[in-house]
Write a protein that binds this ligand. Structure first.
Ligand code: ADP
Ligand code: MG
Length: 678
């Protein structure tokens, strides 16, 4: 099936290119180009038998057609008289002037739509029509509709697909083993393909859909388990259990770890002391305290004479972690250093290579190919959703089978976690530290901005701190705008100490501003969204966000996370832009209704589609097109179960009953080098 479209009659180089535009590059691509909707055209009515209102399909010829404009309503009306062997009926369309050139007397049409009483007689009111009158693929059956591109018509696609089915259907090997199909109750591949395009009824169409949903999940899960098996080989380094160290470090904290933090730490330590590499995702709500858990893991690795790489998405977050880590481990012989794009690279590269750095905190600068380690044993990535797959892999590859800890505050629904991160073990920090208050969300209109400012003043007078956030609009050079706003705000809040933070500041300056804010020497921090992730200033309890239409739901949730660390009642204040669109309003409604990151992630996915999350995987094959991990969770569970059974029994898919599966996966993998690379 992986053969060129040119094997089909009627497809030459030109047509082939047209199909490429639709992403169809092979016979398989064509057969897997599924309809997006269907229309039931099975029952063709005789015009003479239409006696009451309802939906009808007829085949008829245009006897006459005219158009006019109603002077009162200004409506443009097309009226046609249609005839078949049994009688005549009128059809009307409103405001579709292009019909002038499209429908003509003598045209034979397939007409489909509502028949209503109108001006005393029954007629078709704005019916759909199809010029493929006598064509068997387009009438008298459930008819498929495909997404088109210029110069490709429904009729052409139907014909080509039907041709391909005819020619290849009997030669298609089902890669799902028979026993599996039988126990899940799935249609065979040839039948499912036929029925997804040209269903004989709707119930078998549903079964065809089930088959494809299952197979998408299944292939993905096979890969996930194969990869998991691949990682399950002894690692070259050794980490010793060190409960004394862990006890000491916990004692240095001013709080007790929560139950989930303890559990996550236990999972991580178990992974690290095991002979196999750790591959763990640490998930937890914004502010749930993931950092301290990771810090302890890093200390454990460092004291086993291993190096640690800790990658974070922004420079200010790198500085924050670097300082906190140094302070936290100051009593231990552990050398912590930082590498960002503004560091002096040369000496750090040299020290890292010779093993003189134990923990290296850094931004994307860690991906520098010249950066090498002497004995890298642990890789930690914070805010992992901000990095692409390829970037993570680059870092992992600086060591042989390192322990890997990935942290994420974008909680994704469990079903999705299984698909995307199915090869990782997951620890979840469920609860927030005790005493946290849920921020009160206040939404003000532009003209009520003063009320928002009054709240800021009131709170800051009580000794609290505030953020004022402006979106970063790169094309407008918004750094300019935020600097401008900053000057205005300094006047509006003249009795307070203001600070300004944005991406274009020099590194030292950024760090200075942030540490002044942390020390309480700045009351109000005016900033772009550079503080969106990770920044931890517990005394800050007020945030004003402008330009919310520029922020997605998850981003807003992250921003709110900055002030959820306070023991005071936090206020999350949104200035609603003029003319906020419906989608923006929806986001605000969700943000004010819930503070639960999981719910927000789900809503976010509903608004934007899971594409964004899958996009992060950067592999064509693994982006499901058909299955929806939220809706089709039952199939995901089943697919995962069977994939696990198969890989457990036959990791290399060497058994003869898995031959076609092996071939299918290999051919998919060739299209997705990245996955292989990792
Ligand atoms: P996140 O999970 O979003 O990375 P952080 O690790 O930045 O969250 O932690 C948020 C804040 O909570 C920090 O100020 C941290 O010191 C504090 N914290 C972490 N764990 C606890 C705990 N068990 N009790 C009280 N405060 C905690
Ligand atoms: Mg964090």
């Amino acid at each position: 099936m992986d053969v060129s479209l040119r094997y089909l009659e009627g497809i030459g180089p030109q047509k082939e290119k047209l199909f490429w535009k639709l992403g169809i590059r092979s016979i398989r691509g064509l057969l897997y180009y599924f309809p997006f909707k269907y229309q039931d055209r099975r029952r063709i009515a005789k015009i003479g038998s239409i006696g009451k209102e309802g939906y009808y399909a007829v085949r008829a010829e245009i006897i006459s057609i005219s158009s006019r404009t109603n002077f009162v309503t200004r409506k443009h009306i097309h009226e046609a008289v249609l005839q078949d062997s049994s009688g005549r009926i009128k059809a009307v369309w409103f405001n579709q002037p292009y019909l002038n050139n499209y429908l003509h007397k003598g045209d034979k049409l397939f007409i489909f739509g509502p028949v209503r009483f109108y001006r005393g007689s029954l007629r078709f009111i704005v019916p759909e029509f199809d010029k493929d009158y006598g064509e068997s693929l387009s009438s008298g059956r459930i008819v498929p509709f495909y997404r088109l591109t210029k110069n490709v018509s429904q009729r052409m696609l139907r014909r080509i697909i039907s041709l391909a089915l005819e020619k290849y259907q009997s030669r298609i090997d089902d890669f799902l083993p028979f026993y599996l199909r039988k126990s899940v109750g799935l249609l065979s591949l040839p039948l499912a393909l036929k029925m997804i395009h040209f269903p004989s009824d709707f119930s078998i169409l549903e079964r065809a859909r089930e088959r494809f949903i299952f197979e998408e999940f299944f292939l993905m899960q096979i890969l996930v388990y194969q990869r998991k098996a691949m990682w399950r080989q002894p690692k070259p380094h050794h980490i010793s259990a060190n409960s004394k160290l862990i006890g000491e470090l916990k004692a240095r904290l001013s709080f007790n770890l929560t139950v989930s933090q303890e559990k996550a730490l236990e999972d991580i330590v178990n992974d690290m002391v095991s002979i196999y590499p750790m591959r763990r995702l640490l998930q937890g709500e914004v502010g749930s305290g993931k950092t301290v858990v990771a810090f302890i893991a890093m200390a454990l690795a460092a004291l086993s004479s291993l190096q640690v790489a800790f990658m974070v998405p922004t420079e200010i977050l790198a500085w924050q972690h670097f300082n906190n880590l140094k302070a936290f481990l100051s009593h231990l012989p552990i050398r912590v250093e930082i590498l960002t794009s503004s560091s002096r690279h040369h000496s750090i590269l040299a020290r890292s290579r010779s093993g003189k750095i134990d923990i290296l905190v850094g931004t994307h600068a860690l991906l520098n190919e010249k950066l090498q380690f002497k004995h890298l044993g642990l890789v930690v990535i914070d805010e992992q959703h901000r990095f692409g797959v390829a970037q993570k892999v680059l870092l992992f590859r600086k060591a042989q089978r390192p322990d890997i800890l990935i942290m994420s505050a974008t909680p994704i629904p469990r079903s999705l976690a299984l698909t995307i991160y199915g090869d990782l073990d997951i620890s979840l920090i469920k609860e927030l530290p005790p005493g946290r208050k849920i921020p009160q969300v206040l939404i003000f209109k532009e003209e009520e901005r003063n009320k928002a400012y009054e709240i800021v003043q009131r709170e800051v007078k009580k000794g609290r701190q505030a953020y004022m956030i402006y979106p970063l609009i790169e094309e407008d050079g918004l750094e300019q705008a935020v600097i401008f706003v900053y000057e205005k705000l300094k006047k509006a809040f003249s009795s307070f100490r203001l600070g300004l933070l944005h991406g274009k500041l020099k590194a030292e300056k950024k760090y200075k501003v942030l540490s002044d804010f942390q020390k309480g020497e700045i009351d109000i921090l005016v900033s772009t969204s550079v503080v969106e992730v990770g920044i931890d200033v517990p005394q800050a309890s007020v945030m004003v966000v402008e330009g919310v239409d520029k922020f997605g739901l998850s981003q807003l949730h992250q921003l709110r996370g900055r002030i959820s660390r306070s023991i005071f009642q936090p206020f999350f204040i949104i200035i609603e832009p003029l003319n906020l669109r419906e989608e923006g309003r929806k986001r605000l409604r969700i943000i004010s209704k819930t503070a639960d990151g999981f719910k927000i992630a789900e809503e976010d996915m509903k608004l934007r589609g899971p594409g964004d999350l899958f996009g992060n995987m950067q592999t064509g094959f693994l982006s499901p097109s058909f299955a929806d991990p939220l809706k089709d969770i039952e199939y995901l569970r089943k697919a995962r179960y069977y994939a696990y059974q198969i890989v457990k029994k036959d990791k290399a898919l060497a058994l003869s009953q898995h031959r076609f599966l092996r071939e299918r996966i290999r051919s998919d993998l060739e299209k997705c080098l990245l996955w292989q690379a990792s």
